[in-house]
Design a protein around this ligand. Structure first.
Ligand SMILES: [Zn+2]
Length: 161
């Protein structure tokens, strides 16, 4: 992005007014990624703003030492905490799904066997119970698949933001 120009000559070695606030945020490390990219693209072509950034950085450096040591460590800690929480949730869900599938398969097999070998049920009752079991399996499979698709969609959305 090019600056509109003009102000530099009139105001000497000052930064562009529309970037003044952003430069402070940038030096303080609180600018968003989009803002950082915007300013970096601008200072690549604007020497005055570049000098302004360097000047601010020098002034800020004295008070920044504490900041600089603390911030990455905090970010690091929260990164690991988030990763751990996410992993914990993933493992929890995997166990629930696996357990559910194993128990479900066993139950369906047992039930199918019970229906097939039952002497007191007539064919219509056997078919009816079979239909109920198949229907339940379809519903549960659908619900699990939906959950997995939703999680994927969630992750996609989080990445996009
Ligand atoms: Zn500028």
């Amino acid at each position: 992005m090019m600056d509109p120009g003009g102000q530099h000559d009139a105001l000497g070695a000052q930064s562009c007014p529309e970037y003044a606030e952003l430069i402070v945020k940038y030096v303080d490390g609180v600018a968003s990624e989009e803002e950082r990219e915007r300013l970096e693209a601008h200072i690549a072509t604007c020497a005055n703003c570049r000098r302004e950034v360097q000047g601010h950085a020098r002034v800020a450096n004295a008070t920044r030492d504490i900041h600089f040591v603390d911030l990455p460590e905090d970010a690091w800690r929260s990164y690991w905490k988030n990763t751990y929480n996410r992993m914990e949730r993933t493992v929890g869900w995997a166990l629930v799904v696996i357990g559910f599938v194993v128990v479900g398969i066993c139950a369906v097999g047992r039930f199918a066997h019970w229906i097939a070998t039952n002497q007191t049920l007539n064919l219509a009752e056997k078919l009816g119970l079979g239909a109920v079991v198949v229907g339940l399996v379809v519903i549960v499979t659908g619900a699990v698949r939906e959950r997995i698709v939703m999680r994927r969609f969630d992750r996609y959305r989080r990445v996009k933001q």
